[in-house]
Design a protein around this ligand. Structure first.
Ligand code: COA
Ligand code: AMP
Length: 628
């Protein structure tokens, strides 16, 4: 079958297509129908089925003879250690943790926040929740206490599972003070917090804390609890246009079916193969392709605690691929740019036998043609860009290597996957012509595994995704489709920026800056950055008579964003300006400011009353090296 055949078979009968894919999942009660139209643009997949995610990710492989196969390899160049966990061992670990959580009162539907670094216990925690029908919400370790607190108040978890610390090169990230600070800040208080003590940072436990190992002692391991196909498997918060993150919900049945389908069709791996996604469990890539998809499909997954460069060197990726026989490797373009900068000629690549590697997949941000070409030339394997979002949980557009290898077009994540009818629309919702730039939208219903709504925020779900183009899901990305059906994703249509493959809200950063006592007005924009794709830059106007040194305020602004949002915001550039460029109606011209930073031939828009203000912005950007 060709890609065209497969896509056409989905178009002809989407429900039959997904019911067929559902045969690869072990159901406690098989679905009798695929899609439920709940009316008013809300849809659910496999709602009448009963299933358990953990059973499909772990137990069934043990029952089917894969017990001795390695399920998880933990490779941590930061601690210089490698360990392996078989499927049988994983079953014991997860059943024990699940039993202990249940003994402490965690039940089906209860939320559990997981705040952990890249250790196998993070996967144990996710799977233990799934085993007993608890809904996990993993929070990335690079977020500060305030961001964690916001998520605690939205998800209202019964428990939080955390480690004592994370490890960044040369720095121990002490999680306990962040966790305690977040619980203190939050209105909702969890019943208990489980702490995994790492040897790099052993912390004192408080009255709410239990020790990861101790609290499992003497409890009965838990069996897998079947849940409804539309039971939420997890909530994952992602950036939107305001500081309040959006809680993307993933339903159990569709999640299993869709992810399992992608492992062969998109990533071309078979059960038993080693699959590595070099991301973090705090992001959607980590949820889908470090934890769930490889395990559900019976692969070996790698939990990597490190960086592509500097720990110890720019050969880390190649060492891991070679050591563990990785067949398909998934990373973000920014990571390759970091490696390329250190090792442009690929000297480190030559040191390793990479014959095991078949394909490299890139996602998380636009893959620039230079980076793809460099990787392809150095590695001698196809380097495949694919496009997706936290909301979708798996690729909207990809080159489906397990179906057929389509020609690669540099700068394009290739073609729509089954399940997605992708359209490029103008502001009024009319289809654009081939090759014309517009907003990218997907015709409803979205496929299994994608978000059915937002946690506790159906209105926001509608407003964010369904209102602009009735009958469509608005992706928030702009781009075009060429004559062969290849998509090109060019930019966001909202104020979300992408920094080192991390999705961040400039609106959220503006809210923090506006909280500085001397700041009267501010704007944060994302400017093009050679390494990280984009970098946030803050412009602040001070209250009249503030009488402060500009450099001092700028430094305080940088500190404030790091404290409130976290180091992951990578907010290092703030400049004090006299005023911000605005339209006559008073809207700040952020897009214009981005253009000044990114373009050589910038023209002033006609709406600006005072071009001197734009000149000031230009000078400010030049002063920090971001305007030409
Ligand atoms: N916990 C605590 N802090 C973290 C963190 C974590 N889990 N992850 C990152 N940080 C910190 C970093 O230490 C850094 O702190 P610093 O300002 O003190 O240096 C800051 O957050 C910014 O991090 P980042 O933007 O990631 O920069 P970096 O220099 O550490 O690494 C890359 C740059 C390109 C190597 C790295 O971002 C990378 O590998 N990116 C790939 C991202 C990815 O996989 N995305 C998922 C989609 S596939
Ligand atoms: P996240 O939800 O964090 O995965 O971020 C999703 C956003 O990242 C998308 O909406 C895009 O803006 C961007 N993105 C992800 N993958 C790609 C890609 N392959 N090409 C271009 N942009 C991408």
């Amino acid at each position: 079958m060709t890609y065209k055949d497969v896509y056409a078979s989905w178009q002809n009968d989407p429900e039959a297509f997904w019911l067929d894919a559902a045969n690869a999942i072990d159901w406690d009660e098989a679905p009798t129908k695929a899609l439920t139209d709940k009316g008013n643009d809300l849809y659910e997949w496999f709602a009448d089925a009963k299933v358990n995610t953990c059973y499909n990710a772990v137990d069934r492989h043990v029952e089917n003879g894969r017990g001795d196969q390695v399920a998880i390899i933990h490779d941590s160049p930061i601690t210089n250690s490698i360990s392996k966990i078989t499927y049988a061992e994983l079953q014991t670990r997860v059943a024990s943790l699940a039993g202990a959580l249940r003994a402490k009162g965690v039940e089906k539907g209860d939320r559990v926040i997981i705040y952990m670094p890249m250790v196998p216990e993070a996967l144990d925690a996710m799977l233990a929740c799934a085993r007993i029908g608890a809904i996990h919400s993993v929070v990335f370790g690079g977020f500060a206490a305030n961001e964690l607190a916001v998520r605690i108040d939205d998800a209202t978890p019964k428990a939080i599972i955390a480690a004592s610390c994370g490890l960044e090169p040369g720095r121990i990230v002490k999680y306990k003070p962040l966790l305690d600070g977040a619980v203190e800040l939050a209105t909702h208080k969890p019943d208990f917090t489980v702490i995994l003590q790492r040897e790099q940072e052993v912390v004192d436990l408080g009255p709410r804390d239990v020790n990861w190992h101790d609290f499992q002692k003497g409890t009965t391991p838990a069996d897998c609890l079947p849940v409804e196909g539309n039971h939420p498997a997890y909530i994952l918060y992602t950036s939107g246009t305001t500081g309040a993150p959006k809680g993307v919900i993933r339903h159990t049945g569709g999640h299993l079916v869709a992810l399992n389908w992608t492992m062969k069709n998109v990533y071309n791996v078979d059960p038993g193969d080693v699959f590595w996604a070099a991301s973090d469990v705090g992001w959607v890539v980590g949820h889908s392709y470090i934890c769930y998809a490889p395990l559900v499909h019976g692969n070996t997954t790698i939990v990597f605690e490190g960086k592509p460069v500097g720990t110890p060197d720019a050969g880390t990726f190649w060492r891991v691929i070679s050591d563990h026989n990785v067949k398909s490797f998934f990373t973000a373009p920014t990571a390759f740019r970091a490696v390329k900068r250190e090792d442009p000629k690929g000297e480190f690549i030559k040191k390793y036998d990479l014959s095991c590697l078949n394909v490299v997949y890139l996602a998380g941000e636009r893959a620039d043609p230079d980076t793809i070409q460099w990787a392809q030339n150095q590695l001698n394997v196809p380097v495949i860009d694919h496009w997706w979002q936290t909301e979708t949980g798996f690729a909207i557009a990809a080159n489906p290597m397990g179906i057929e290898a389509l020609p690669v077009k540099l700068g394009s994540p290739s073609v729509a996957m089954p399940g997605y009818d992708v359209q490029v629309l103008d502001e009024g919702g009319h289809p654009m012509k081939t090759g014309e730039l517009g907003a990218i939208a997907v015709k409803l219903p979205l496929p299994p595994g994608t978000l059915p709504t937002l946690w506790n925020a159906e209105d926001r779900f509608r407003k964010s995704y369904l209102t602009q183009f009735p009958g469509y899901y608005e992706t928030g990305d702009a781009g075009m489709i060429d004559e062969d059906g290849y998509l090109y994703i060019m930019a966001r249509t909202d104020d979300v920026i992408n920094v080192a493959g991390h999705r961040l809200s400039t609106g959220g950063m503006e809210e923090v800056l506006a909280g500085h006592p001397d700041v009267a007005e501010c704007a944060v924009i994302g400017v093009t950055d050679q390494l990280k794709g984009q970098m946030p830059v803050g412009f602040v106007c001070l209250n009249s008579g503030a009488g402060r040194d500009n450099a001092d305020v700028a430094a305080e602004c940088v500190k404030l964003v790091r404290e409130k949002i976290g180091p992951v915001a990578a907010f290092k550039l703030a400049v004090v300006v006299d005023c911000l460029p605005k339209t006559r109606s008073g809207k700040i011209l952020r897009a214009t400011m981005v253009k000044i930073a990114d373009s050589e031939t910038f023209k002033l828009p006609a709406t600006i009353d005072d071009p001197a203000i734009l000149d000031e912005i230009k000078i400010a950007l030049q002063s920090i090296g971001y305007a030409k």
